[in-house]
Each structure stands twice: as structure tokens, then as C-alpha cells.
Write a protein that binds this ligand. Sequence first.
Ligand SMILES: Cc1cc2nc3c(=O)[nH]c(=O)nc-3n(C[C@H](O)[C@H](O)[C@H](O)COP(=O)(O)OP(=O)(O)OC[C@H]3O[C@@H](n4cnc5c(N)ncnc54)[C@H](O)[C@@H]3O)c2cc1C
Length: 468
Amino acid sequence: MEQLDDGREVYLNGQRIKVSEVPIFRKTLALNNQYYALQRTHPQVHTYQENGRTYDIAFKVPRTINDLRQKHQAYQEIAQSNNGMLGRTPDFLNTGMAVLAERSAFLGHNQYTDFGENAKHYAEWIKENDVFISHALQNPQLDRQKAINGIPSGYAGVHVLERTADGIVVSGAKMVNTMAPIADDLLVFNPPELLLEKGDTSYAVAFATPLNNPGVKVICRKLLDHPGYTEDDYPLSNALDEIDAYIVFDHAFIPWNKVFVENDVEMSNRFFIESGMFIHTSHQDEVRGITKLEFATSLAIRTAHVLGLDGFLGVQEKLGRLTANLELIKGTITRSEEEGHLDEFGIYTPSQQALLAVRSTLPEFYETALKAAQHFAAGSMVGVPGFAEFKGENGPLLEQALTTDRAEAQDRSKLLNLVFDLTTAGFGQRQLMYEYYHGGDPMRIRSMHYHDENLSAGNAMLDNLLKR
Ligand SMILES: Cc1cc2nc3c(=O)[nH]c(=O)nc-3n(C[C@H](O)[C@H](O)[C@H](O)COP(=O)(O)OP(=O)(O)OC[C@H]3O[C@@H](n4cnc5c(N)ncnc54)[C@H](O)[C@@H]3O)c2cc1C
């Protein structure tokens, strides 16, 4: 943790802070580090050998369906260690690094440097050192009806101010970056949607930078934990906060060997998808997503049981809807693996249509599970006394009054606190927003899905029926 006090400029609530001094950051980093711990405790799944060295399985270039299945299991176990609440554990981008190293030649070169080689060497360096990277792609939502270059402040994206034989100097901003305060490195590029336009040339960059690079500022959003209360009161929000931050660049120098795209709108727009990072990180992301959906589904079912609601047919119908949704999502992830193909580099690549079906649907299924738990817990969850009451003069009374055949008073209260935290408190609302938006706007994902779907069988039937 103290290694993160490396001179990085992190701001919280108006103050420049040391990351190690924020209790919720310490807890979040400890949970995030389960990624590393599992390499030691469950190496059969979490590691693989290459040239006599051991690496995390995320870095393995998948060549067969079994490689993808092993990665699936590893992602799932990492996600289970945080109940699916940490979206950006290191395995997310590391699986992207594996394929970037293989596919980077398309990035080309300029008079100073070879971008393809830079990306390859960067990805290899991340792998050799198991560095924790986060990523910032989305540009600030200042005025979406204007091109980035039509917004004169210079903060509608990150742009190049100066280029020399040594590298580039950049300024500007990225809208939000999850985990930035506690990551080691930051990968900056532009999104595959909301594409850059012709005049946006100086914004057409992709690069990596250490988070303690002078000129990089990490300005955190407000924290979502509840100091003064315990994890019995707030079982999730007092245990972790996958902190999001606004990232500002103020004349930050980036050496050429960390630059992957520069001064090239078309390449900037192609970077995420053509590097293979989009599809392979999506696989990790959706496996993590189902893990969270499983958690929310079980929470709704446990709540219905503890409150004595699960005997009602109408409630069972709601619960059956949740379990059916879970099966559909699990099946679609499996389908993405089974319908995979070898790309032109011999990389076994999951089906994008199956993964995007999950990405566009999972947020609604997740929200349905939350709503079910929230409606079951109804008034109970807002009437739960603070846990300190159990130790005060009202303790014996509360123990007696809140104990039922189905649960002891404190167990029941903790469950209801968990429902409140995940469905109603700021933490839970942020998690819901995360599911909706972290992987891009669902509206655009659905539009992309419809364009790419293979409808030949349906169309053949239609043509046959309609022919005259
Ligand atoms: C919790 C959280 C964590 C995140 N973490 C990261 C991160 O680590 N790194 C990162 O880079 N990004 C991150 N993001 C940002 C995420 O990538 C974006 O939120 C997402 O891509 C959607 O983009 P946007 O928010 O800019 O919304 P926009 O694309 O601006 O859309 C906003 C709204 O306007 C509507 N809209 C926009 N354009 C149109 C149009 N042409 N027609 C009709 N409607 C339109 C959309 O439907 C949507 O409802 C995070 C987001 C969240 C919520």
C-alpha cells in the first residue's frame, strides 16, 4: 500500500492526499490483491508456464477453447472474492495485454517511433512485472453534440501540445477512471464509440503512463463509505469502494516508447477493437458480471426466505424469473466460448455477438434482481437499527423482538443492511450505474448487435414464405 505513496497527485475532498492514509482505499487494495494471492493459493487455475517462467493466466494468449475455459474459471474465482463488486481487477486489462502483444503491428509507425513495437513491449513489460493498470478512454461529457475540437477549453479529451524527438507533451482530461488512485499505470486511449472526427487530430492519441508521472492529476469522486458505522451496518460500502476519478493531464510528458497512437484519427478509432483488447476484456468482464448477478440473485432469494415470503406463489414466480435470467446469462457466456474462432493470429477468440448479448442484457437482469430484493425487504430494511444498539441498553429487547424462526436478530439485521447497501444506498446505485455504463452505452451496444447478427436462417424462411 505504501508503494502507492509514490508522489502521485491524488485529490479527495479538496485535499491532496496520500493514498495509504484513506482506510477504504486500503481495504479495496487488499481485496483487489486477491488477484495476486490466488496465483499462490490456486496456481493450477490462476497461473501457466511460458519459457520456464510462471505468469498469471490472464496473460495467456488463448489458443483453444480450453484456454478460454481456464481463464473463465480464474476470472470467476477472482470475482467471487469480492462478490463481483470490483469491476476492474488486474485480470481485466491483463487479458487485453496478452492479445495486444500479438496483434499490435497494425499500429504502424511515424518518423520518431514504431507504435506497434511500443505496444508489444509495453504489454510484455506489464506481463513480466504483473503491473496493475487501469484505463481511461471515455472523453468528458461536456457537449456531446459538438466535435471534441469544437470545445475550446481543451478538456474535452487528452491532446498533444508538443512533440519532440523524445516524446509528446499532453494536456486535457478523461471523464472517469475506475481504480486510478490505487493502480500502478494508466492506459489512455479513445473509445470505439463516440468516434473522433477529422479535425480531432491532436486528440487522436493512445499511450501509457505511470500514475506518478508529473502532470497527471487524479481527482476522486466523493467516497461512498460510512465512517462511524461498522461492516455489519454497511456490509459492502464499508468494505470496499472501487473509487472512480476524473483524470487531468497538465503538460505531462510521455516518452515515445509509451505512445501507441499519435496524430492519427483513424488509428485512434480502431485501437481498442483491432488490438483484440475489446473482445478479450469483454470476456473477463462478462464472467465478472455473472458472478455479481449470482450474488444479487441469491440475495433476493435469501431475503424472501428470511422474511417468510418464499411460500407465496407470486413471490416464487418472481424468484423463478431471477433464476431463469441467471441461466440465460450463464448459457450465453458458455456459448461465447463454444462459438469462438481462431483469428488471423491463431488467437482463440470468443463470439462477440454472444458477449454483446450479455453486455446489453445483464444490466437489466441485475436491476431486476436488485428490485426484487429491495421490494421484499421493503420497510424492514429502512427500519433496521444501527448495530451499536445491540450492544446498548436496547440490546436484549432487540434480540428478542427481531429474532424469528428463520433468523437470529443480528443475522436478520445484517442481511437487511446488505439489501439496503446494494439496492438503495449510494454504493448500490453506483454499482447499478457501473453495470449499465462501464462497458459503453447499452443503446449503442444494441445497435451494434443488430447490425452484426447473422439472420440468414430467419431471412431464408421469410423469403420462402413471401415469395410469389
Ligand atoms: C461507475 C462507472 C465507472 C466507469 N469507469 C470507467 C473507466 O474506468 N474508464 C473509462 O474510460 N470510462 C469509465 N466509465 C465511463 C463509461 O465508459 C461511459 O459512461 C459509457 O461509455 C457511456 O458514455 P457516457 O457516460 O459518456 O454517456 P454518453 O455516451 O454521453 O450518453 C449519455 C446519455 O445520452 C444518450 N445519448 C448520447 N448520445 C446520443 C445520441 N446520439 N442519440 C440518443 N441518445 C444519446 C445515451 O443514451 C445516454 O443515455 C465508467 C462509467 C461508470 C458509470
